[in-house]
Design a binder for this molecule. Structure first.
Ligand code: MG
Length: 392
């Protein structure tokens, strides 16, 4: 099934993997890299981007300054990439591409995780809304300012396809071939499908881990979730006296292992049945080929629902969610009413966009500015704008 492509600089690729010689390419043509493959170059560009560095101070569930023990978006992205590369290596997918997608997938996230995204989406409701996947694409296509010859990072089509995991029909219509797949309901590459599942595996597992260690969840209540109870029993059978962090992590590592094994088995089964010849056949397939089996999908959904009820709506998390929404909403209102409160570059762009596209153009620049903030920068800006005695 696997073969070494001519001039390959990586592991063996299956025929249905993304290959650079079959790529749709870059929006702005560039000479090929000398010592790397094209997707390696994409991965490297993501790592060197300023949006990637800021992920260290952005969070998903917990606010960054609450403690150093919790996942940040940076460590989350690394965990997603690790999980996805493992699976890609087994199935014969393009590890460099999958890694580039995983490392870039959260670049467009606002400060304060989903609370920030919901608040910004609210602020933008009259101006086209705010979607974090679409924003990740804006970051790599437009907002990063690094190269003389083009805006953004000028990534390969397949990397951009993977970054744009979901997209509303309204946004899709403005994106050409990249958006067309949402309108046609076609599949993305297997690497993109895999990055998507690896994201779910990573965050559900690490939210269990962080939630237990933070004392927001208890092992006893998590035992309501069948897959957790089963893995907890398995650990205690082998290590009857284990407790504390080691017990938690022995469960979490089994959870990740169980989900990863299942994705490998089920995806292999689906690929064998569909026999896609190449990436185009993958895109034309009736449904995703990278997937959980039905029983594990159900078990995983049960865990997800539990986390939604108990962790994301825990009073301590909710308190943070409400504060975060207020901060993002207040910042938007202040900057949108007075664009000169933003740094000069953003203010100048907002002025130009307002001339060209009206209020929606101005609001989009304000949203870009806020979305790029880290948790702590957003808090600092809020204090500078609204609290007496802060003139920073
Ligand atoms: Mg993610």
């Amino acid at each position: 099934m696997n073969e070494q492509p001519a001039g390959s600089r990586g592991p063996a690729l299956a025929r249905f993997a993304a290959r650079e010689e079959q790529s749709v390419g870059r929006r702005h043509p560039e000479p090929p890299p000398t010592h790397r493959g094209e997707y390696q170059r994409d991965r490297d560009r993501v790592i060197h981007s300023s949006a990637f560095r800021r992920l260290v101070y952005k969070t998903q569930v917990f606010v960054n300054h609450e403690g150093d023990l919790y996942r940040t978006r940076l460590t989350h992205s690394l965990e997603v990439a690790q999980i996805a590369r493992t699976v890609a290596g087994v199935i014969g997918l393009n590890e460099y591409l999958v890694e580039a997608i995983c490392l870039a997938h959260d670049l467009g996230h606002t400060p304060f995780g989903h609370a920030g995204q919901d608040a910004l989406n609210d602020c933008m409701r009259d101006f086209g809304g705010f979607e974090h996947n679409y924003q990740s694409l804006r970051v790599v296509d437009k907002l990063e300012e690094k190269y003389a010859d083009f805006p953004g990072l000028n990534l390969m089509y397949e990397t951009r396809e993977g970054v744009l995991k979901h997209c509303s029909a309204a946004h899709a219509r403005g994106l050409g071939a990249l958006g067309q797949r949402f309108l046609d309901k076609r599949q993305p590459s297997l690497e993109a499908q895999l990055a998507n599942l690896a994201d779910e595996i990573a965050y559900n597992s690490h939210d269990v881990d962080d939630g237990l260690r933070a004392g927001l969840l208890e092992i006893d209540e998590l035992r309501q979730v069948a897959i957790f109870a089963e893995l907890h029993d398995a650990v205690l059978e082998r290590y009857p006296d284990l407790h504390g962090r080691r017990l938690i992590y022995e469960i979490v590592r089994r959870l990740i292992g169980r989900l990863v094994d299942d994705v490998i088995d089920e995806s292999t089964r689906r690929i064998d049945a569909a026999e896609p010849d190449d990436i185009d056949a993958v895109r034309d397939a009736a449904g995703p080929l990278i997937a959980f089996s039905q029983p594990v999908a159900t078990a995983h959904l049960e865990l997800k629902r539990f986390l939604m009820q108990r962790l994301y709506r825990h009073p301590r998390v909710l308190r943070m969610t409400i504060k975060a929404g207020r901060i993002v909403g207040s910042l938007f209102e202040a900057f949108n009413n007075e664009i000169r409160l933003m740094p000069k570059g953003f203010a100048d762009t907002a002025e130009t966009r307002q001339r060209e596209h009206g209020e929606a153009g101005r609001a989009r620049v304000v949203a870009d500015y806020i979305a790029g903030m880290t948790d702590r920068y957003a808090i600092l800006e809020y204090e500078r704008l609204f609290l007496p005695g802060e003139d920073g």
